[in-house]
Design a binder for this molecule. Structure first.
Ligand code: GAL
Length: 415
């Protein structure tokens, strides 16, 4: 008799958790070493809550491929439970009426008190939370291999473009590649937006690349930015076209190249390879941008699903993403900093601590700007058109600076 009762109790317990357990299919594009390691932390937390994690990873840094696949899934009436969506794209998806309302979790977990206003606003559509923020990446970084700098006789990380090009010349003279770069348009724009920020400053960046002001786009400052951007191209290698961003990071890691302009997900690659900041690699604000911070906040939106188990899993996913435990372990791996306020930075390295300090300081000084390259600033349509104009200029030396400036200005009108 006792055994039966025990067996029945066990069955009930399984039934209870499975009634609340659900499958959560998550679309993301974190497929490099550091990214995958970070995504695995979210999977672990969800599995510990009894949910089934269905990984829907779409390769292709920067997320363009993932966005295409996501559209086809939603249009065919078969959306994933959650998808890596950020910035203005969240508003576009929310306007379609397909995103789940996360206010119940956000209120229960007091997200409004835990998020910087600039981030909370991006996660809301008409005042309702429709996405959960994961992190704060800083984009305006340059990564370097200290051994390459030493070999080339470069004293330290360049703070200005005069210092940068002098260092690049020395690295080239030492027979190494000065700038490791890859071949997607988001990589070109990651470099371009850091150059605009460094040449023109945060106010000009905002006028030209966020407000898309015609005068700013036609200004001598934009001309100088494009000239500086083109000059950087001369320090990349012929095999750059088509190269993935993390393979460019590997070139710096292996001492084949001196510098890489890249957001701090690059740090996730160094860390995943067991490299130590300050010893095996250096991080510094891109030239001229030490008092500025180009932010890129990854986030997950949940799609409306009918199944109660799936809805429960979505709520648990949103709560897990903003939990202190996940915020720490994920960002330690990803190279970003926690988006949740008042998190201890004790376990984070000096690059992250600088990022955390600068995020707060630049929010006060006006140096905090959204990354255009990473979908935080303008409509996806305008972003795509401007990225293409900039990449055509980067890839074709026959396009003049004046010609590119005109193309960017007309691309900026794309609705
Ligand atoms: C960014 C994304 C980062 C990283 C990077 C390279 O857009 O926000 O998390 O994945 O692309 O793929």
């Amino acid at each position: 008799m006792k055994l039966n009762r025990l067996f029945a109790a066990a069955l009930a317990a399984v039934a209870l958790t499975s009634a609340h357990a659900g499958e959560v299919e998550v679309l993301h594009y974190w497929t490099s070493g550091g990214e995958a390691k970070s995504a695995a932390e979210l999977k672990k937390i969800m599995q510990a809550k009894g949910h089934v994690w269905k990984d829907f990873a779409v390769a292709g840094g920067g997320g363009d491929n993932a966005a295409t696949v996501l559209k086809s899934r939603v249009v065919s009436g078969n959306p994933p439970a959650a998808a890596q969506i950020k910035g203005p794209a969240i508003q576009e998806w929310a306007s379609e009426g397909v995103l789940a309302n996360l206010d119940a979790v956000a209120k229960a977990e007091k997200w409004d008190t835990l998020l910087p206003g600039v981030v909370a606003n991006v996660m809301k559509h008409k005042g309702t939370y429709v996405a959960a923020p994961v992190n704060v990446h800083r984009v305006n970084w340059v990564w370097a291999n200290p051994d390459v700098l030493k070999k080339a006789g470069v004293a330290g990380m360049p703070k200005t473009y005069d210092e940068f090009f002098a260092a690049a010349d020395k690295i080239k003279a030492a027979g190494l590649i000065a700038v490791a770069h890859g071949g997607q348009n988001w990589q070109d724009f990651t470099t371009f937006e850091s150059v605009v920020l460094g040449v023109g400053g945060a106010k000009f960046y905002d006028e030209a690349l966020v407000k898309l002001d015609a005068k700013a786009l036609a200004s001598p400052t934009m001309t100088k930015s494009l000239e500086t951007f083109r000059k950087i191209k001369g320090y990349t290698d012929a095999a750059a076209p088509g190269r993935d961003w993390n393979l460019a990071t590997a070139m710096v890691m292996q001492g084949k190249a001196g510098f890489q302009f890249m957001g701090d997900w690059a740090k996730g690659e160094f860390l995943a390879a067991g490299k130590a900041p300050g010893k095996d690699f250096l991080c510094a604000a891109a030239p001229g941008t030490a008092n500025a911070f180009t932010f890129n906040v990854d986030s997950f939106a949940m799609y409306k699903l009918k199944d109660a188990g799936a809805q429960k899993a979505q709520g648990d996913l949103a709560a897990a993403i903003m939990s202190p435990e996940f915020q720490e372990v994920f960002n330690l791996n990803k190279g970003s900093i926690p988006v949740r306020l008042n998190m201890s930075m004790a376990k984070f390295d000096d690059c992250a601590k600088l990022s955390s300090k600068d995020f707060v300081d630049t929010a006060k000084t006006g140096g905090l700007v959204p990354s255009v390259a990473h979908g935080m600033a303008i409509s996806p349509a305008a972003e795509g058109a401007i990225k293409d104009a900039v990449s055509q200029f980067w890839n074709d030396d026959k396009i003049s600076v004046a010609g590119a400036q005109k193309k960017i200005a007309s691309a900026a009108m794309t609705k």
